[in-house]
Design a binder for this molecule. Structure first.
Ligand code: NAP
Length: 280
């Protein structure tokens, strides 16, 4: 049964280009409905160079907030009144919300990763020796949050060393550039490359050799499609604990939902919404 849209209904939206593939409308509309929150969430194709106009529309029309995806994650920063320390440090925004009459930009991916690991596997990153494979935007967000959450070490391994240095720097004192030799003593290894992602020419590949890991290591892949990458299958075959990218995806949305509504998010409903979207 569709929800009733009335004069009090608030609008939230994801802006990006392309954006018609986004799972965010399914996740957030399911969450609004489950919590009986009077909101509706749409996907809005916003061309490159028009992020500021989208934020201006949010102000003019008193929208609830925005999710921000490519190509606007950097450009939208200048249109916000304030940035959270996370968005400031990462130089990227994926969520825009109102706080005390001001438009605030945040980056919730890294927080989403750390919260997802806790919620899904019951694992706190506090004190963990972490190896990050890859040094793109997702790696940076996760490395920052690992550092903020007390990870013991964040060793970044990447084919382009300058990017590994930049991402290691985001983890603060815990961060350094690593090598594949660091895998042997890692507690948590994170694949933040597209290696193993479905519908790419890397779909059958693994980012690293799981046989060198110790028996307690956790293998985490930021990819959620397919649910089981070749890397995760190999790790499971070795009897290791694994996690795919779905909890991160859900929990970055949980953090956005909390910013917009002030309510605690219906995590199970949001997870089911992603799951059914992936299954179709
Ligand atoms: P990105 O900015 O393009 O970075 C990709 C990284 O992977 C780069 O460091 C790149 O190395 C490395 N890489 C790419 N191809 C490689 C190859 N063939 N061999 C070795 N290294 C390779 O991508 P991103 O946005 O950070 O995304 C990374 C992954 O995270 C993707 O699989 C994406 O789907 C996933 N992700 C998941 C979520 C979630 O919510 N679960 C959110 C965001 C992203 P160079 O630096 O040398 O180019």
């Amino acid at each position: 049964m569709p929800r009733t849209v009335t004069a009090t209904t608030r609008l939230a939206a994801v802006i990006g280009y392309p954006v018609r593939h986004s799972m965010s409308p399914a996740i957030h509309n399911a969450a609004f409905e489950a919590c009986r929150f009077d909101g509706i969430y749409l996907a809005m194709p916003v061309a490159a160079g028009r992020a500021a106009q989208a934020v201006a529309a949010m102000r003019s029309f008193d929208w609830l907030g925005l999710s921000v995806t490519m190509p606007h994650k950097q450009a939208v920063m200048a249109a916000c009144d304030e940035l959270t320390p996370t968005a400031e440090r990462l130089g990227a925004v994926n969520c825009v919300f109102w706080r005390d009459g001001k438009v605030v930009g945040d980056s919730t991916d890294g927080e989403g990763y750390v919260r997802g690991l806790q919620a899904d596997l019951g694992v706190s990153v506090d004190g963990l020796r972490c190896v990050m494979i890859g040094a793109g935007g997702a790696a940076g967000a996760v490395a920052y949050s690992l550092g903020q959450s007390g990870a013991g070490e964040v060793m970044v391994v990447n084919r382009t060393t300058s990017k590994a240095e930049a991402v290691a720097g985001l983890a603060g004192d815990a961060g350094r550039v690593g090598t594949l030799d660091d895998l042997a003593t890692a507690d948590l290894v994170i694949n933040a490359t597209p290696i193993g992602m479905g519908s790419t020419d890397l779909a059958d590949d693994v980012a690293f050799d799981v046989t060198v890991l110790n028996n307690q290591a956790i293998v985490s892949d930021l990819i959620y499609h397919p649910a089981q990458t070749p890397l995760l299958k190999a790790a499971q075959a070795r009897g290791l604990r694994t996690q795919n990218g779905l909890p991160m995806l859900v929990h970055q949305a949980v953090a956005a939902f909390e910013h917009w509504t002030g309510m605690s998010a219906p995590v199970d409903v949001m997870t089911a919404a992603v799951q059914s979207n992936l299954d179709t």
